[in-house]
Write a protein that binds this ligand. Structure first.
Ligand code: NAD
Ligand code: UGA
Length: 443
């Protein structure tokens, strides 16, 4: 099937690559010429396990193409995905300007029937706006081309995006058009083999399903972070509590890891956007507001431990920092907890000596050259001469470090662990002062 994807970011590129991988003929369109040029030379703009070989082989075999030519893109696809960004507006609501610009571009160039599929995360009611944008453009150009608008939200996780798209838990189709449903079922058939993962519903429910999923996951995390704050005060260990409640299948083990707050391009923005949408229909989303404020506070937790440990004066201190990306297996720094921490440390006059397996370039891009940030070649170098170690991201490489080396490299044997990677007793036995999240005994 001929498919076009507008937006070559995390979602658009992965979607394009997996559709090409199963044999579809895919054209990906972006306004970013440099990105298109890079991809044509085999340079992949993001780090995502398994993506590079998939993009390269499908590009070489001619099933995956990249262009900035929107007309060519629209003419190509029978199905056209909109997978551009929906960043937060100043007030936190989702900014739809990119989505609506693409809708209008599609209308401008389409000459035959198209299925326009919204894959970006968009507030409830956006499909109506996409519809209105397309209709307005068609009217302006005096065209009567037929089309359908479908909501097909994406549920991939960064760091596991290729796998999530090749083996989706569910494929949500928000549509009332039998024709569009049939075509999209055919498109997704290779990903829908063992049991039917397609769930068809009305457009508004599909749009809300995406926000509800992310907000539920964010709620689980903030709930656990709140429990960790209680555990700390009660002298309990949240890691025991986590295992204790996770063993109840109604609760489950997933997304109940306490830590230094959730980040990424989606949870913070989507929780905020749903709060704003709720306000728009006269509803105060109290749970979501609490989820957001617990997360803000959690992102400042490591800094407060550090200040407490150093008697509120870290001026001139050097902090070794392991982990910069918002989670492992990605180079994405959007809303990363490490950024909140680094900015607080700098404000208080400390220097940061950081290492991350993938996000060093991105950190450099965001912060540029500055005297109080040194990006080190490996995790051992980051320790040298530092006053303490902070762990912000749970990369595998940080799970079993050489604790003797940590002790001898640091000026003080102190670890601040934002992801609860180490054993409290073990740290005590090794003579390391250990601060973790919600582990009463370690404080
Ligand atoms: P991104 O910022 O990585 O990429 C968006 C791309 O769209 C950019 O390359 C940009 O140049 C391009 N673009 C902007 N305007 C364009 C236009 N008019 N025509 C063509 N291209 C245009 O964004 P992303 O992380 O891929 O997210 C895209 C959407 O998917 C968002 O709504 C996001 O909430 C949602 N989503 C993201 C993830 C994720 O893990 N990143 C997962 C599920 C859903
Ligand atoms: C999340 C969802 O998991 C995806 O299903 C969704 O498609 C995506 O948002 C989206 O809409 O963009 P992602 O942001 O890539 O995916 O990463 P997650 O694995 O969900 O982690 C998000 C944040 O929560 C990270 O900072 C992570 O460290 C934190 N987290 C996660 C915890 O603090 N505790 C946990 O138990 C799990």
């Amino acid at each position: 099937m001929k498919v076009t994807v507008f937006g070559i970011g995390y979602v658009g590129l992965v979607q394009g690559a997996v559709l090409a991988e199963v044999g579809h003929d895919v054209v990906c369109v972006d306004v970013n010429q440099a990105r298109v040029d890079d991809l044509e030379q085999g340079i992949i703009p993001i780090y995502e396990p398994g993506l590079e070989p998939m993009v390269k082989s499908n590009f070489e075999q001619g099933r995956l193409n990249f262009t900035t030519d929107a007309k060519k893109g629209v003419e190509h696809g029978e199905v056209i995905f909109i997978a551009v960004g929906t960043p937060p507006d100043e007030d936190g609501s989702a900014d739809l300007k990119y989505v609506l610009a693409v809708a209008s571009t599609i209308a401008e160039h389409m000459q035959d029937r198209k299925i326009i599929v919204t894959k970006s995360t968009v507030p409830v009611g956006t499909s109506d706006k996409v519809n209105a944008a397309v209709t307005a453009k068609l009217k302006e150009l005096n065209k009567a081309t037929e089309y359908d608008v479908v909501s097909n939200p994406e549920f991939l996780k960064e760091g596991a995006a290729v796998n999530d798209c090749m083996r989706p838990d569910r494929i949500i189709l928000g549509t009332s058009s039998a024709k569009a449903e049939k075509t999209l079922r055919q498109l997704y058939a290779p990903f829908n083999r063992n049991h039917d993962k397609v769930i068809v519903m009305d457009i508004r429910s599909a749009e809300l399903t995406k926000y509800a999923a992310n907000c539920m996951l964010a709620t689980k995390i903030s709930f656990m972070n709140e429990m960790s704050n209680l555990a700390e005060r009660f002298g309990a260990d949240i890691e025991n509590v986590r295992k204790g409640i996770g063993s109840d299948p109604r609760i489950g083990y997933q997304f109940i890891y306490p830590g230094c707050g959730y980040g990424g391009s989606c949870f913070p923005k989507d929780v905020q956007a749903l709060i704003r949408s709720a306000n728009g229909v006269g509803y105060k989303a109290q749970i979501l507001e609490a989820v957001e404020s617990v997360n803000y506070a959690q992102k400042e937790k490591l800094f407060s431990y550090i200040m407490r440990h150093f008697d509120n004066d870290i001026s001139g201190k050097t902090i070794a920092l392991w982990g910069l990306s918002f989670k492992p297996n990605t180079d994405d720094m959007r809303e990363a907890s490490s950024r909140v921490l680094m900015e607080q440390l700098w404000q208080a006059g400390a220097k940061v000596q950081a290492y991350d397996p993938e996000a060093m370039e991105e950190t450099q891009r965001i912060y540029g050259l500055r005297d109080d940030l040194s990006l080190m070649g490996n995790k051992e170098q980051a320790l040298k001469g530092a006053d303490c170690l902070v762990v912000c991201t749970e990369w595998q490489a940080f799970r079993a470090p050489d604790f003797d080396l940590i002790k001898t490299s640091l000026k003080q044997p102190v670890i601040f662990d934002g992801r609860n990677l180490y054993d409290v007793e073990d740290m005590l036995e090794r003579g390391l002062h250990y601060y973790a999240i919600g582990r009463g005994k370690s404080l």
